[in-house]
Ligand binder design. Structure first.
Ligand code: ADP
Ligand code: MG
Length: 240
């Protein structure tokens, strides 16, 4: 039986909200509007995952699947320095791939599984998990097929998390919620419907606060209180 490892987000408040950090053997989803901090959290986790376990890291390598072209190696440098790590060593331990179609995204996951069986990875980032599906299945009447392919890909992510003791961090977009639903003041909901909702172990809703402040809320977790925490995006990554 594999032991869960909790990887720090860089913010104590956020770590507390998560029960110590993002977990291996699980899928953490972050959804929120443009500039809410989803990708910045991914960059911070790329570094913190490489910290030793006693410093709340995962002592492991990182795989990064980028569907939007927003990964910035330059951004890793000040984050690594903030954690007292050698930036070039940190960059060397991030395996990066850009995906251009949902099939490409799926095939990259198959290739990663082979790598992960050989080397100690602890984090897999998929930023964003759904963007290509929304492009590749944009026609009317394609929703059922999209959801089926999305389910297939999410089940690969679950399998990777469990087989290799990986923390999967995936980002998601928000879409207009015609019903309004629980978001009375903000009629938006995560994309991907029930398929995505069921795949995620924990769902985080991010939104902008004042300046570089961001707000994170645990969304829809039956066994966790609906707590809210505030964090900051700083040059050194996510912080309090
Ligand atoms: P999302 O992925 O949710 O669209 P991002 O994670 O890309 O959003 O967040 C973008 C925001 O991060 C920017 O609007 C800016 O406020 C902040 N940010 C980016 N880089 C830095 C930095 N070096 N220092 C401070 N804040 C930054
Ligand atoms: Mg982003």
């Amino acid at each position: 039986r594999k032991a869960v490892i909790r990887i720090t987000t860089g913010s104590q408040a956020l770590d507390e909200l998560l029960g110590g950090g993002i977990e291996t053997l699980a899928i953490t989803e972050a959804f929120g509007e443009f500039r809410s901090g989803k990708t910045q959290l991914a960059h911070t986790l790329c570094v913190s995952t490489q910290l030793p376990i006693n410093l709340h890291g995962g002592n492991g390598k990182v795989a990064y699947i980028d569907t939007e072209g927003t990964f910035r190696p330059d951004r890793i440098v000040p984050i690594a320095e903030r954690f007292g790590m050698d930036p070039s060593a940190v960059l060397d331990n991030i395996i990066y791939a850009r995906a251009y179609t949902y099939e490409h995204q799926y095939n990259l996951l198959l290739g990663l599984a082979a790598k992960m069986s050989e080397e100690p990875f602890r984090l897999l980032v998929v930023d964003s998990v759904i963007a290509l599906f929304r492009v590749d299945f944009s026609g009317r009447g394609e929703l059922a097929e999209r959801q089926q392919k999305l389910a297939q890909m999410l089940s690969r992510l679950t399998k990777i998390a469990e087989e290799f003791n990986i923390a999967v961090y995936m980002t998601n977009q928000v879409i207009a919620d015609p019903g309004g639903g629980v978001f009375i003041s903000d009629p938006k909901k995560p994309a991907g419907g029930h398929v995505l909702a069921h795949a995620a172990t924990i769902r985080l809703m991010l939104r902008k606060g004042k300046g570089e402040q961001r707000v994170c809320k645990i969304f829809d977790a039956p066994n966790l209180p609906e707590n809210v925490q505030i964090f900051q995006i700083t040059p050194g990554g996510i912080a309090d």
